[in-house]
Design a protein around this ligand. Structure first.
Ligand SMILES: [Zn+2]
Ligand SMILES: [Zn+2]
Length: 890
């Protein structure tokens, strides 16, 4: 594990890799080692082609009966660690009898390899592996490849060995994490190194893709690493973000070893999507002094001056710091209108750090002085080698430059994109970063702290502050450092060390995602930011004032902020945002109707997500991937917002309920069992296909619910799907793109009438005639029943008909008082009948018993009677629409 690089002061002691081998690597061909050792049975059938031509009849039982740790660990460490290293060093036979290095020399070198990597620890006198030799081996590795008769073939062969290793590792279940990830670290190190060699080759050598994922659940939810991180003060929303954002084992390990600078923050009530630690209460918020014992007076900016500039010009106010006399504490801030050519620094800060003030344009003088000093030293720093900015840098900070009075504030908001675009520099102030010394800290650590551990990266407002400017500096304890320079430094480090290259790849991806919002002149067609970019950037951010989100989206997507800001509540601002986004892109992704957990409540907009922030949904069941995928669509299938709802074209069906007999109601045995709607069974009569429908929300919550929570939910919901279907107006709209192994996602909705005289320019008369207006109620998961299940369900359907024809069922119909003894007697007879018919069916039909055992579980025979009232009180058939059915989903 020492191949994984760590910050200068890692959070935990290094995790050593135990040496567990029981023999030396034999120097034979890498791929056929399992054959030489008689262990082909350990190789999953889909990987056996790596062993070479031929068939391998050995059965594969690892999933059911994994090989014990004592046996699998020595085998895999010898093969995939020592064998892989020997391969890279050119010490293995490359085909029968062919060596790159003469065989006795190779054998000697392999023995030396053990001598230089295996050591005995003083602490426990046990043997461990050190990867230090690996880090010194780049030169030798490069030279040895040249011995090969054909370099390209050699590289393709190595690439194949790495892919083999990458596929093998997850199949081994009984591996200690240290053994597993030491192999992954080696694999990642060589894949990354090889990729850079290939990337820089001239002429270009074409080899297959080397971008394998080696982190393999390193930071998995609920795993050891995550648990340790949470204990040390990380937030569950941070580990979730890291998992979804990064791919490198090096990156994940480095992050996991960062000591949190704000470890005392309380994240106990945070979730995977929401961090509440930096949420401020606007009512009680107070700006803070530089130190707790300071009580200097507040410096207040006259709002009349800033408002006047905003109202009477098309520019915005900036501030000049004026030192009065020589006394350090004697200064003032002068309000000036911004004019092109006057350089200023705009501050981007986390309000929770104390530089905000929601009630007045004032800040403690000690803070103003510090800000002015930081900006002055930034100017000194930048001046070296640059003469253009001789004018003293002016200051822009939202707390002092945006008026509190509403009208002025709205104008300031409209111009906010210009504030960040025109700034000479934007300076980031985040308490977790200002405490770090940039000179003594590796660029990898600085960047990972910025991207993964800084509250600045998590706030919504700072997104635009970080993506719009030409020049972004981050303030550290000793210096302000340009963010881009850190990337350059890390790339330079990565050129000679693949470990840093892997981290750089992750960071540059995160960086590029944010660049999606930049357009040099503000309107270039090609640079128009996409909804995917927006969703990705917003997912893990939070905002204290809900109605600010539409304003931020507006700035980022270059929408008409004035139009959006003109309404004040979050709902109407979000409606206007969706409206403008649709105009900008010529429509909206239609799959939004399937994946939205909280939607707007205004008619016509009840399909539209209320927010794109993962944090603003209280009880989200839609993962990051689903949030992204819902926005993927072909340009000719866009949905169009209309007054009737989002106009989309999808296949679907009507759900038609049929009573068991003509004279019976849809639910002839009400209250026979408690409400617990875990599935609905529907059938398509023409094709004979049966489907199961599960409510998306309930399915996603099941694993985290206790039995009591589940029962309470079911009671409160009281068979919601069935009640909808009973209305006869229920439809399913299929998300065909989600179809996978006979499972697909669908939107369940209720048909509503279109007013007779309805007309609107967004809908032509043909669409109006053929289209169905529906109210979206829920997302469901549809799965095709197997033939075996269909046979079982058919039998239960028949049993239900028998009970329906039973005299007591008609008798029950006539009893009105459900609390009466009469009712109870009658119901109890019916239940007995249900038990009887089921017992009889089970007794005479061994195949049915087997199916129940396979699909529902063993020992459930005595509960199976409940299937009759639960699933077969009535039947439900599907009437499919055309594959291009027009829907107005609301
Ligand atoms: Zn948190
Ligand atoms: Zn003070």
């Amino acid at each position: 594990m020492d191949l994984l690089c760590e910050p200068a002061s890692p959070a935990t002691p290094p995790r050593k890799t135990p040496y567990v081998c029981d023999e030396l690597w034999d120097g034979g061909p890498f791929k056929t080692y399992p054959i030489r050792k008689g262990k082909v049975g350990l190789i999953p059938p889909h990987l056996r082609h790596f062993l070479g031509p031929g068939t391998f009849p050995e059965p594969y039982h690892e999933m059911l009966y994994p090989t014990p740790k004592e046996e699998i660990q020595p085998f895999l460490q010898t093969w995939l660690w020592f064998g892989l290293l020997a391969e890279m060093l050119g010490l293995n036979e490359i085909s029968t009898g062919v060596h790159l290095v003469e065989s006795t020399v190779a054998a000697e070198e392999i023995r030396n390899l053990y001598a230089s990597t295996v050591y005995i620890s003083h602490d426990d006198s046990k043997q461990y592996i050190s990867a230090k030799e690996v880090l010194n081996s780049a030169q030798v590795i490069a030279e040895r490849q040249k011995f090969a008769p054909n370099l390209r073939e050699r590289l393709i062969y190595i690439c194949d060995c790495l892919r083999y290793t990458n596929f093998m590792i997850p199949s081994a279940l009984n591996l200690d994490e240290t053994v597993r990830y030491s192999i992954c670290a080696l694999g990642e190190y060589f894949s990354t190194g090889l990729a850079s060699v290939v990337g820089q080759s001239n002429p270009k050598i074409e080899v297959p893709n080397l971008a394998f994922s080696w982190h393999q659940n390193y930071m998995k939810s609920g795993g050891t690493i995550e648990k340790e991180m949470l204990q040390r003060g990380w937030c569950p929303s941070e580990t979730e973000k890291i998992r979804s954002q990064f791919q490198g084992l090096q990156t994940m390990h480095h992050i996991s070893q960062l000591q949190k600078s704000n470890a005392n923050q309380d994240h106990s009530s945070c979730t995977r999507h929401l961090c509440t630690a930096f949420q401020m209460d606007i009512e009680t918020y107070q700006p803070s002094h530089m130190s707790d014992d300071c009580s200097c007076p507040l410096l207040t900016i006259d709002e009349r001056a800033t408002s006047l500039i905003l109202h009477s010009t098309d520019t915005y106010p900036i501030l000049r710091f004026d030192q009065i006399e020589d006394e350090l504490d004697s200064f003032e801030l002068v309000v000036e209108p911004y004019e092109p050519g006057v350089p200023y620094v705009a501050l981007s800060h986390v309000w929770a750090n104390g530089l905000g003030n929601p009630r007045a344009n004032s800040l403690p003088r000690c803070q103003v002085k510090r800000v002015a000093q930081l900006i002055a030293s930034l100017q000194d720093q930048v001046k070296v080698g640059q003469t253009e900015y001789k004018t003293q840098y002016r200051i822009w900070i939202d707390t002092l430059c945006c008026p509190i009075e509403l009208e002025g504030k709205l104008i300031a908001l409209e111009r906010i994109a210009g504030v960040y675009r025109n700034a000479a520099h934007v300076l980031v102030l985040d308490a977790t970063l200002t405490g770090l010394n940039s000179q003594d800290t590796h660029s990898a650590e600085l960047l990972l702290r910025i991207y993964c551990a800084s509250p600045w990266m998590r706030r919504l407002w700072t997104l635009q502050e970080g993506t719009l400017p030409r020049s972004l500096f981050i303030q550290f304890a000793d210096n302000a450092v340009r963010g881009f320079d850190l990337l350059v430094q890390l790339f330079a480090a990565g050129k000679s060390d693949p470990r840093y290259m892997r981290i750089w790849q992750d960071v540059i991806n995160a960086y590029n995602e944010l660049q999606g919002f930049r357009s040099e002149n503000g309107e270039a067609e090609a640079a128009r930011p996409q909804l995917l970019t927006l969703q990705r950037a917003l997912q893990f951010r939070t905002v204290s004032v809900v109605s600010d989100e539409p304003l931020c989206i507006s700035t980022l997507m270059s929408l008409d902020t004035k139009y959006i800001a003109a309404t004040s509540d979050a709902e109407s601002r979000m409606i206007r945002t969706w409206e403008l986004l649709s105009k900008l892109h010529g429509g909206l992704p239609p799959r939004l109707i399937f994946y939205a957990d909280e939607v707007l409540s205004t008619h016509g907009w009840r399909w539209a997500p209320r927010s794109l922030l993962g944090s603003s949904v209280k009880d989200s069941t839609i993962g990051f991937d689903e949030r992204m995928l819902r926005l993927v669509c072909a340009p000719d299938t866009l949905g169009i917002p209309t007054p009737l709802g989002l106009k989309v074209a999808f296949p679907g069906c009507r759900l038609v309920p049929h009573p068991l007999a003509a004279d019976l109601s849809l639910h002839p045995w009400p209250g026979a069992i408690n409400a617990s709607e875990d599935q609905i069974i529907i059938r398509h009569e023409e094709s004979g296909k049966w489907y199961r429908i599960n409510d998306w929300y309930r399915s996603k919550k099941l694993s985290s619910w206790t039995d009591d929570e589940r029962t309470a939910f079911d009671r409160e919901q009281n068979d919601p799907l069935c009640r909808e279907i009973d209305s006869g107006k229920s439809v399913l709209i299929y998300d065909e793109r989600s179809r996978n192994n006979n499972i697909l996602v669908a939107c369940m909705a209720l048909i509503e009438n279109i007013p007779e005289d309805f007309e609107h320019s967004s809908i032509n008369s043909e669409e109006l005639n053929a289209g169905l207006k529906v109210h979206r109620t829920r997302t469901v998961i549809m799965s095709l029943l197997s033939e075996e299940e269909v046979r079982m369900m058919t039998i239960f359907g028949d049993l239900a008909s028998i009970v329906a024809a039973y005299q007591e069922t008609s008798n029950l119909l006539a009893i009105t008082d459900r609390d009466s003894e009469e009712w109870n007697n009658c119901m109890s007879k019916i239940k007995t009948k249900m038990r009887e018919v089921v017992a009889e069916a089970l007794g005479s039909n061994p195949e049915l018993v087997e199916t129940i055992k396979n699909t529902i579980g063993a020992d459930v025979d005595e509960y199976m009677w409940a299937y009759i009232p639960k699933i077969f009180s009535h039947t439900i058939t599907m009437e499919e629409t055309s594959s291009e059915q027009i829907w107005f989903v609301d």
